[in-house]
Design a protein around this ligand. Structure first.
Ligand SMILES: C[S@@+](CC[C@H](N)C(=O)[O-])C[C@H]1O[C@@H](n2cnc3c(N)ncnc32)[C@H](O)[C@@H]1O
Ligand code: SF4
Length: 450
């Protein structure tokens, strides 16, 4: 289905594509002029206005960012990602999601996170997938069906994690071909991204990669295994040479927060050609995991400030999953903006919340979105009026207990003998102390607004 073409007409889409194919950053004004003509929600208009402001200033980091992306990306990839991300997933998809949400009476997300496999060729310390069975797979037909059902709801952004998704790279390429209007975004350990896979990604044009690293070589290899950092750097070079779009995914812990927050690290990412970075705080998911590895509340606050600074100064798009609650108006999981389907098919609110009340093999995506667990989640969102405390798992753990008990959810982990009450107790010290710090921060920013 080519939503963009059917709804906007050849002429407007053609103009946009023509621009996206052009390598000249100075034509950006034309793109903005064109984008302003598109129907879009009010908040997108606000983003467009601020993009306009930044892009007029040639010394700004955002101008440099756009310049790099436009000049370094392969023309075909630029066209595919431009169409699929900006037009299908955002401008047009969001309108359809909102319409469907009204009709259905529950949220329709912006993205689906799905794990093709639980298997993995690495064994990283504290991995959130470590307590899954490690042998489950979703077959091609199920992945294909979920993506088709997602498109019907206006969802054009499929994220894949796992396990290591590139263990299923042939199927992923087939899915990218079968769903040419979508962006497929993979979280990958990068060790299997070889020349052949790069050539296939070039051919289909609609796949982007987030390479997981933990900092520089020593930090990455100590958590992910010997020589992993080197392999990821080589894979990034292959991607860049081909003109594919990629970024990183980093997990900040008590041990590496300062390294990941350092200017040297962010500059290294820019130098390597990464265009975005996902920052996740480490969450002690699973049995017998190390709570002490969590970044301290002070480290989380430090990361918040550094990310704000880099957004003003560095030509890279940084997202901090837990610290961006102000932007996302709290937690985005539970189907509000995304949900997680694990490799067994269990439909979870979030990659870090290992509970479900249904399995995608038994029902449609639409029905899964109104499963008791998703509804119990959605009716409590936002979980805290202080958007520095968005998460029901690590910031408001009592909420997770309520949700699991009310919905009758089952645990999706192999070691299922830890109750939600025990998990909440384990997180209590952390959430209390982050809560004190976050409340002071929130009061200060509210006072500044007044
Ligand atoms: C579970 S991995 C799966 C995909 C792929 N194998 C990879 O390593 O990117 C997805 C992302 O979650 C991050 N991650 C794993 N365990 C985590 C945890 N306990 N807390 C926060 N992030 C975690 C990883 O570093 C990675 O960036
Ligand atoms: S590579 Fe990814 S899935 Fe595999 S153990 Fe590491 S974090 Fe987990």
């Amino acid at each position: 289905m080519d939503l963009a073409r059917s709804q906007l007409g050849e002429k407007i889409v053609g103009q946009g594509l023509k621009y996206l194919l052009s390598k000249d950053i100075d034509d950006l004004d034309k793109l903005i002029y064109w984008a302003e003509k598109l129907p879009m929600p009010q908040n997108h208009r606000v983003y467009l206005e601020s993009a306009k402001k930044f892009l007029k200033d040639k010394d700004s980091n955002w101008y440099q960012f756009a310049q790099r992306l436009l000049r370094e990306t392969d023309p075909y990839v630029k066209e595919k990602i431009g169409m699929n991300f900006f037009l299908n997933a955002n401008f047009l998809g969001v309108q359809r999601q909102n319409k469907m949400a009204k009709e259905l009476g529950h949220s329709v997300p912006w993205a689906i996170l799905i794990d093709p496999t639980e298997r993995c060729n690495l064994n990283c310390t504290g991995c959130w997938a470590g307590d899954y069975q490690r042998s489950e797979e979703l077959d091609f037909e199920t992945l294909d069906r979920v993506m088709t059902e997602a498109e019907e709801l206006g969802i054009f952004f499929t994220i894949m994690s796992g396990g290591e998704p590139t263990l299923r790279k042939r199927d992923i390429i087939k899915l990218a071909e079968k769903h040419p209007s979508q962006v497929i975004h993979l979280f990958t350990n990068g060790t299997l991204v070889d020349d052949e896979f790069v050539a296939e990604m070039m051919r289909v044009g609609n796949i982007t990669l987030a390479f997981s690293i933990e900092g520089f070589e020593e930090s990455t290899d100590s958590r992910r295994g010997k020589s992993v950092f080197k392999k990821v750097m080589e894979a990034m070079d292959r991607m860049r040479k081909a003109g594919l779009i990629f970024g990183v995914s980093v997990t900040y812990t008590r041990k590496n927060t300062e390294e990941l927050a350092s200017e040297e690290f962010v500059d290294m990412l820019v130098d390597k050609g990464a265009t975005f970075a996902w920052y996740f705080t480490y969450v002690p998911v699973g049995k017998d995991v190390d709570v002490e590895l969590m970044a301290t509340p002070e480290q989380r606050a430090y990361m918040y400030e550094k990310v704000l600074e880099y957004r003003r100064t560095k030509p890279i798009f940084i997202m901090d999953f837990w610290n961006d609650g102000e932007i996302s108006h709290g937690c985005i999981a539970g189907g509000k903006r995304y949900l997680h389907i694990n490799a067994k098919g269990d439909v979870e609110p979030c990659a870090f919340v290992h509970y479900a009340t249904c399995n995608i093999k038994d029902l449609s995506l639409k029905d899964a979105l109104s499963s008791p667990l998703m509804l119990a989640y959605q009716k409590r969102q936002p979980f805290n009026m202080n958007h520095h405390r968005p998460c029901p798992l690590i910031d408001n753990p009592e909420m997770m207990v309520e949700i699991v008990r009310e919905s009758g959810a089952y645990s999706t982990q192999v070691n299922a003998d830890e109750t939600p009450e025990e998990f909440a107790q384990k997180l209590k010290n952390y959430s209390d102390s982050w809560g004190r710090l976050a409340d002071a921060k929130w009061a200060k920013s509210c006072a500044a607004v007044k």
